[in-house]
Design a protein around this ligand. Structure first.
Ligand SMILES: [Zn+2]
Length: 87
């Protein structure tokens, strides 16, 4: 007998899988030359310092793209038929 799931409850939250970043990733990219700071987890300070130093070394490069990345995961709620299955 086929089962049709018309609606199931899901929850959205931070990704908690092993190896996933625990905080947001912060990075800065120069919009003049596309050089970047690289991503740092949980703090924006290294990206800010990188941007300041980058302008110090390249005085015409004064604009940056701030990129903040976080990861989400959708999980089945207790009432969802997928609840209890392995991840
Ligand atoms: Zn640059």
């Amino acid at each position: 007998m086929a089962t049709i799931i018309r609606a199931a409850e899901w929850t959205l939250g931070p990704e908690t899988a092993q190896g996933a970043p625990r905080g947001a990733l912060y990075e800065a990219e120069c919009t003049t030359c596309a050089d970047g700071s690289g991503a740092e987890e949980g703090t924006r300070v290294p990206a800010e310092v990188w941007a300041l130093k980058h302008t110090g070394e390249n005085p015409t490069h004064r604009n940056f793209r701030a990129v903040i990345t976080s990861f989400w995961a959708v999980s089945p709620a207790a009432s969802n038929p997928y609840s209890g299955e392995g991840q």
